[in-house]
Design a protein around this ligand. Structure first.
Ligand SMILES: Cc1cc2nc3c(=O)[nH]c(=O)nc-3n(C[C@H](O)[C@H](O)[C@H](O)COP(=O)(O)OP(=O)(O)OC[C@H]3O[C@@H](n4cnc5c(N)ncnc54)[C@H](O)[C@@H]3O)c2cc1C
Length: 437
C-alpha cells in the first residue's frame, strides 16, 4: 500500500473525506472537493482510472490498455488536498468510522464516499466465469484479447475440421450495449482485418454469435433502434439469437436451449452485480446488491456515509432508477462532492440531484452506431460519428486523448489493428488445446 501525501499531515485537523473507488463517480467526487478545506483520500485496488466504455476496443485489439487507463496519482497530482492509496478495501467499521484495507492499517474518516462500481454477475453460475470471462478490467480485456488472437493462431494450424470450426466460433452472451459492441468488433476483426494476416483463414471461416435471452437487443433503446442494431450486426455477419437463454457454458461449448454450440471463445456480457459495499455497510440492497440510497445519496440514516455510481440504486423523481452509465456516475459523484464541500464550509447544500440524461448509444463495428437522444434517433455513420466524438470528448483527463483519436483514425483508414499482442496468458489458457480442454 502506498503512503499518504504531505497534504494529509499538514492539514490533519481538517475533516477527512475518504473516497473508495477511483472510477467515474469517485473521481468526480474528489474533483468537486478540490477547493474544500479538507483532506481527501482516494482508495482504489488499482493504481489506474479506467475508461470502461472503450474496454471492448482493447479486447478486440483496436486500442492498447494505456490508451484507456491513466494512473490515479497523475490525475490527482494537481489537487493538493488529495492523496491516493492503493489498496483493497474489505470492510467498514461504522462505529469507529474506519475503512479496513487488506494487509494495511485502517483508515479513519469523517465523511465516507463508497464508489466501488459493479462486477459481473453469472446469475448464480459462477463456475461459468472461467470459460466465459466478462470484460470489466484491463486484465479481463487483455485476457479476452489473448483468447481471440490465440483462437486464430490455433485455427491456422488445425487440420481437424470440427476443432477448427470450434476455434473460429465466437459466442457473445448478452445483448445489451457491451454485447452488441463486442460482437460487432469481433466480427469486424474476424472478417475484415485479422484474416489478412493468416494464410488458411478466410473472412468467411469465422462464425460470431450474439445470444440474448430477451426478445430484442438493447432493451433500453426504442424498438426501431434495437431492430437497426440487429440488422447492422447481421450485415457484419453476426448471427443474432434472440429469446434464447444460455443454459450451460463449458470451455468447449455453449448450450443455448437444447442446442450445443462448439466454441472456444465465449465472452460474457449478460449481467452485472454491485460491488460488496452493501455488505460492508449491512445496508438494504436490491437483488443485484445495489444499495438503496436516500435522495442525497446517504446510506442507512448515516449523514456521513454516501454511496454513488453503479453500486447504488437511486430512485429519481419520476420513480425510475438512475441508469448504470458513466455520465450518471460522474454527475452523481460531482453532486456528492459539492454537498460535502458545502457542509464543511457551512454553506447551504446544493438543491436535490437531477440527472441530465444525454441519451444512450451503442456502436456496431467501425462505421455504424445507434443513438437514442430522446426525441432524436440517429443511426448509421452519423450515429457512429456522434459516438466517436462523444467518447473522445469524454476521455477528458486522459492526457493521451489525441493519441487515442489518432489510433482510431489510423485503424479506421487502414483496417490495421496495431495491438494484436498475445500477452499475460495464464498457464492454463496458454497450454496446448487438448490439455486446456
Ligand atoms: C465493458 C463496459 C462498457 C461500458 N460501456 C459504457 C458506455 O458505452 N457508456 C456508458 O455511459 N457507460 C458504459 N459502461 C458503464 C460505465 O463504465 C459505468 O457505469 C461506470 O464505470 C460506473 O462508474 P463507477 O464510478 O460507479 O464505477 P467504476 O467506474 O467501475 O469504478 C469503481 C472503482 O472502484 C474500485 N474498487 C472496487 N472495489 C474496490 C475495493 N474493494 N477496494 C478498492 N477499490 C475498489 C475499482 O477498482 C474501480 O476503480 C460500460 C461498462 C463496461 C464494463
Amino acid at each position: 500500500m502506498a503512503g499518504e501525501s504531505q497534504a494529509h499531515e499538514t492539514h490533519s485537523s481538517s475533516p477527512h473525506i475518504v473516497i473508495v473507488g477511483a472510477g467515474f463517480a469517485g473521481l468526480a467526487a474528489a474533483h468537486a472537493l478540490k477547493d474544500a478545506k479538507a483532506r481527501v483520500t482516494v482508495i482504489d485496488r488499482h493504481n489506474y482510472h479506467l475508461f470502461q466504455p472503450l474496454l471492448y476496443q482493447v479486447a478486440t485489439a483496436s486500442l492498447s490498455p494505456g490508451d484507456i487507463a491513466q494512473p490515479v496519482r497523475s490525475i490527482l497530482k494537481e489537487q493538493t488536498n488529495a492523496s491516493v492509496l492503493l489498496g483493497e478495501v474489505t470492510g467498514i467499521d461504522k462505529t469507529a468510522r474506519t475503512v479496513r484495507i487488506a494487509g494495511g492499517p485502517d483508515v479513519s474518516y469523517d465523511y465516507l464516499v463508497l464508489a466501488t462500481g459493479a462486477r459481473h454477475s453469472y446469475f448464480g453460475k459462477d463456475h461459468w466465469a472461467k470459460a466465459a470471462p466478462g470484460i470489466k478490467t484491463i486484465d479481463d480485456a487483455t485476457r479476452v484479447r489473448a483468447n481471440i488472437l490465440l483462437a486464430f493462431e490455433r485455427a491456422e494450424v488445425e487440420i481437424n475440421p470440427e476443432r477448427r470450426r470450434a476455434l473460429l466460433t465466437f459466442v457473445v452472451i448478452g445483448g445489451g450495449p457491451t454485447g452488441v459492441e463486442m460482437a460487432g468488433a469481433i466480427a469486424e476483426l474476424a472478417r475484415n482485418s485479422i484474416t489478412r494476416d493468416f494464410r488458411s483463414i478466410t473472412p468467411h471461416c469465422a462464425r460470431v454469435l450474439l445470444v440474448e435471452a430477451g426478445p430484442r437487443l438493447l432493451p433500453v433503446m426504442p424498438q426501431a433502434l434495437s431492430d437497426e442494431a440487429k440488422a447492422a450486426l447481421e450485415r457484419l455477419g453476426v448471427e443474432v439469437c434472440l429469446g434464447k437463454a444460455v443454459t450451460n457454458v463449458t470451455r468447449e461449448s455453449v448450450a443455448v436451449g437444447d442446442e450445443h454450440i462448439a466454441a472456444k471463445t465465449i465472452v460474457w456480457a449478460a449481467g452485472v452485480r454491485a460491488s460488496e459495499a452493501g455488505q460492508w455497510l449491512d445496508a438494504t440492497t436490491d437483488r443485484a446488491g445495489r444499495i438503496f440510497v436516500k435522495s442525497d445519496f446517504s446510506v442507512g440514516g448515516r449523514s456521513e456515509i454516501f454511496a454513488v455510481g453503479d453500486t447504488v440504486a437511486f430512485k429519481q423523481g419520476d420513480g425510475t432508477f438512475l441508469p448504470g452509465v458513466a455520465p450518471a456516475a460522474k454527475q452523481a459523484g460531482a453532486y456528492i462532492g459539492a454537498l460535502i464541500a458545502a457542509r464543511i464550509a457551512g454553506r447551504t447544500a446544493p438543491k436535490s440531484f437531477a440527472y441530465s440524461d444525454f441519451g444512450n448509444m451503442a456502436t456496431i463495428g467501425r462505421r455504424n452506431a445507434v443513438a437514442d437522444l430522446g426525441r432524436v434517433h440517429l443511426k448509421g455513420f452519423i450515429g457512429w460519428l456522434l459516438w466517436s466524438v462523444a467518447h473522445v470528448y469524454f476521455l477528458i483527463g486522459f492526457r493521451n486523448r489525441l493519441g487515442v483519436a489518432m489510433s482510431w483514425a489510423w485503424s479506421y483508414l487502414t483496417y490495421q489493428r496495431g495491438v494484436r499482442l498475445i500477452t499475460g496468458r495464464d498457464m492454463e489458457i496458454a497450454m496446448p488445446l487438448e490439455e486446456a480442454a
